[in-house]
Design a protein around this ligand. Structure first.
Ligand SMILES: [Zn+2]
Length: 291
């Protein structure tokens, strides 16, 4: 994804992982191959391997952080898996190690420069770099940043810190930030300023939010895990196997599509493959992505 430049606001994407996660028909309980095939004309080549390609049947995911620069603020949205985290589910992410900090540096950002970290939700693949290991302790990676968490999300996981959805990350990537006094627990419509504000999109997790970014010359919506794969832009009724409230997650997707469809607002999803940034446009009675 090339930098989005809205004049007074820019957005960059720093990718930390890309790969095949799970079979699509496991990830989506209502998966239908004929429906997927009917959308190949716009899904290929960015969002779906060609028929017969290796791992064709798998959900391919990107893990990335969006870097938003607006005025004096340098904001990271979602912080991927992190290094040395003891996860148990995705083989690649168990004790994962990557040059994430170096990749941020290549995008012109040092940890000290980050003013805010925002998480669309607190699943383990969105909070990892919130903390780093220092002398055997998890400490905030970005020493000068406020960490913005939706209060419902933070409190929801506090009741279930051992849940599969966080896989240990609540304790090693969220609680240490809170205990260091660097977390701000906010309402689902919190506004940092007139360029960055939250919008609730419940269903995937207890307090999932989207993040609006608006500059003088453009606008984007960061949709987190409301969508994992672009097929859900056409079929918002397909929920992932990891959504907490299925009806709410479908409603959130439909609301987001209504907001974005045929409008000049970029959709920036947490896991869509590069070029990632796309517009939602109508496609008969449904919608599709235009990159
Ligand atoms: Zn995710």
């Amino acid at each position: 994804m090339k930098q989005l430049n809205f004049g007074n606001v820019t957005i960059d994407r720093v990718q930390d992982w890309y790969g095949a996660l799970l079979p699509l028909n496991v990830f989506y309980p209502t998966f239908d191959q004929a429906i997927l095939d009917s959308q190949r004309d716009w899904l290929e080549p960015h969002f779906l391997p060609a028929k017969g390609a290796p791992n064709e049947e798998m959900l391919h995911l990107s893990l990335h952080t969006f870097v938003v620069r607006s005025g004096k603020n340098v904001i990271l949205v979602d912080t991927c898996v992190g290094n040395h985290k003891k996860r148990s589910t995705v083989p690649d992410w168990i004790d994962y190690s990557s040059p994430y900090i170096e990749k941020l540096a290549a995008a012109g950002v040092t940890p000290e420069q980050v003013t805010h970290v925002m998480c669309t939700h607190l699943h383990f693949d969105h909070v990892g770099w919130n903390t780093k290991l220092e002398n055997g302790k998890w400490v905030p990676t970005f020493p000068n940043a406020r960490y913005i968490f939706d209060r419902d999300e933070f409190e929801g996981w506090a009741k279930n810190p051992d849940d599969h959805g966080v896989d240990g990350s609540y304790m090693d990537s969220v609680v240490p930030v809170y205990e260091a006094g660097k977390a701000d627990l906010v309402a689902s419509d919190f506004a940092l300023d007139d360029t960055v504000w939250l919008e609730p999109s419940r269903g995937h997790s207890p307090g999932h939010v989207c993040i609006n970014i608006k500059g003088q010359k453009g606008q984007a919506l960061m949709t987190g895990d409301s969508f994992h794969h672009p097929i859900q832009v056409a079929y918002p009724e397909w929920h992932s196997a990891f959504c907490m409230d299925l009806a709410a997650s479908t409603n959130s997707r439909k609301k987001i599509i209504d907001k974005l469809c045929d409008k000049d607002i970029w959709m920036l999803a947490a896991h869509f493959n590069t070029p990632t940034a796309a517009h939602v446009v109508s496609n008969g009675a449904r919608a599709k992505l235009k990159v």
